[in-house]
Design a protein around this ligand. Structure first.
Ligand code: COA
Length: 258
């Protein structure tokens, strides 16, 4: 049924696998469309009590939005891309049923943002998190500037977003980005264990705690608007073209501040 994701319903848990392992599970337009449909299933299918989002393959959860789709975009199209991503990720965050991220490797850029849109995160020991958009003359555009700041605090969030450096699973645990770090082979087991415990609680109460916890951060919603406008504006810069081209050509980018 899906091309770029795989889904599986086991014991009322809906497993959503991003399935482009040869491209580090990068989020292209097709993945985003299919992910949105899978999230619709979470909302509407009564058999589904919760969901896990993870990546196929051993290396990557998701290594970001698909950079090869960036080069042709204008500033307005860049903002539209961010808007679409923000809407899908907000639907994950607002899901009345728990959705957790099982981070099985690189969670970079849009991948880190996808993990952060989930209700909480469990990481494998080899997971790496980062917002490397500045390497491309870009900024996070799928809610990352807002959710990272909320999760790890402004200082650490700005360090991650300004250096573009990755952090490992243990730092992510210490910084509050993930709730647990487990051996790669235990990742889905730990996710299942936690979700089965949550399944024994009152579903409407679970939906209400999600709603209330999300409301705690509602004051930042203007920040999302600003993020998508600033993300779009990056596409009008020479540096963004240079950054994306350099990535594709596997060379170091030369930024000129234009
Ligand atoms: N978009 C498009 N393609 C991507 C991608 C992305 N975000 N991340 C990885 N890929 C592709 C690579 O281009 C490569 O494709 P190829 O085999 O056709 O050349 C393939 O996935 C494997 O990636 P590669 O870079 O060769 O693997 P690696 O193990 O050397 O490095 C990463 C892994 C994740 C560190 C590296 O791929 C990377 O830095 N990715 C980009 C991360 C990023 O900037 N994300 C933010 C985007 S806004």
């Amino acid at each position: 049924m899906y091309n770029t994701i795989k889904t599986e319903l086991t014991d009322n848990i809906f497993f959503i696998y991003i399935n482009r392992p040869d491209k580090m599970n990068a989020l292209n337009a097709e993945v985003m469309k299919e992910l949105a449909l899978a999230i619709d299933e979470v909302y509407t299918n009564k058999e589904i009590k919760s969901a896990v989002i993870t990546g196929k393959g051993e290396k990557a959860f998701v290594a970001g939005a698909d950079i090869s789709e960036f080069l042709a975009l204008s500033d307005l199209q860049g903002a539209e891309l961010a808007k679409k991503g923000q809407v899908i990720f907000k639907r994950i965050e607002d899901s009345p049923k728990p959705i957790i991220a099982a981070v099985n490797g690189f969670a970079l850029g849009g991948g880190c943002e996808l993990a952060m849109a989930c209700h909480f995160r469990i990481a494998a020991t080899h997971a790496r998190f980062g917002q490397p958009e500045v390497n491309l003359g870009l900024i996070p555009g799928y809610g990352g500037t807002q959710r990272l700041t909320a999760l790890v605090g402004k200082g650490k969030a700005l360090e991650m977003m300004m250096t573009g450096d990755m952090i490992g699973a243990e730092d992510a645990l210490a910084w509050g980005l993930v709730n647990y770090v487990v051996a790669p082979g235990d990742l889905l087991l730990k996710s299942t264990e936690l979700l089965q415990k949550i399944h024994t609680k009152a579903p409407l109460a679970i939906a209400r705690v999600i709603k209330c916890a999300n409301a705690a951060l509602d004051h930042i919603s203007d920040g999302y608007e600003m993020e998508l406008n600033e993300f779009g504006a990056c596409f009008a810069t020479k540096d963004m073209q240079e950054g994306a081209e350099a990535f594709i050509q596997k060379r170091v980018a030369r930024f000129i501040g234009e």
